[in-house]
Ligand binder design. Structure first.
Ligand code: PGA
Length: 226
């Protein structure tokens, strides 16, 4: 299974060092664990999980004030990136820009967790499937290091995950377009992780708030597998 933690704008360099050590202590040969810390907290430790970047600018380096780029990721041996998270889309990342990020990361052979998700209005208008398919039309689904994270916007950070029935319907629908792996994200916690991970076509989860403490995240992994 795939367990990914998006720490968003939380954790400092000092606190993430402890976090990384705690996750490192988890011995595991079967699962893929991705952790996305803030870029100021990237770790130089030898890690037994994939450390990833929440954001990057699609260039090697250059005159892009405030951005981080390929050189900065590679200094920390980072080869996994999150693209398309709804919080970044809200900050103004267009489909065109997401495509540029995707193509850039793909050309470098990075692992890409590409997030898609619809709003409550779209869901209520029964337009979810078309909307999500459109979001995927932007990228190359044949890229073999692509993982798609379905994160309905109405479930992110709300404490209420989407309905299992709805998640399953969406993942079944999306799985007909390629042989991709799918994660679900949006208020995943200790109570619902096992059910979510056992849904058809669900290969794991992308967790925000419930993963802010390493012991919580490790407990969730145990529950999902137990
Ligand atoms: P959440 O965040 O688990 O706090 O809902 C998930 C995400 O934004 O990836």
């Amino acid at each position: 299974m795939i367990f990914a933690a998006n720490l968003k704008c939380n954790h400092t360099r000092a606190s993430f060092e402890n976090y990384a050590k705690e996750i490192n202590s988890y011995q595991n040969n079967e699962d893929e664990i991705f952790i996305f810390p803030p870029s100021t907290a990237f770790s130089n430790l030898k890690l037994n999980f994939f450390q990833g970047a929440q954001n990057f600018y699609p260039c090697k380096n250059g005159a892009y004030t405030g951005e981080i780029a390929q050189e900065h990721l590679e200094e920390f041996n980072i080869q996994s990136v999150l693209i398309g998270h709804s919080e970044r889309r809200t900050l103004g990342e267009s489909e065109e820009f997401l495509r540029a990020k995707f193509d850039f990361a793909k050309n470098l052979g990075y692992n890409i967790i590409y997030c898609i998700g619809e709003s409550l209005e779209t869901k209520q208008a029964k337009k979810s499937l078309d909307f999500l398919k459109n979001q995927l039309d932007n990228i190359d689904l044949n890229y073999n290091k692509l993982i798609i994270a379905y994160e309905p916007i109405y479930s992110i950070g709300t404490g209420v995950s989407a309905d299992s029935k709805d998640i399953e319907e969406v993942l079944n629908f999306l799985s007909q377009f390629g042989s991709n792996k799918f994660l679900y994200g949006g208020s995943v916690n200790q109570e619902n992780i096992k059910t979510i991970c056992s849904l058809k076509n669900c290969h794991g989860v992308l967790v925000g708030s419930a993963a802010l403490k390493a012991d919580n995240f490790l407990k969730m992994i145990q529950i999902a597998k137990g």
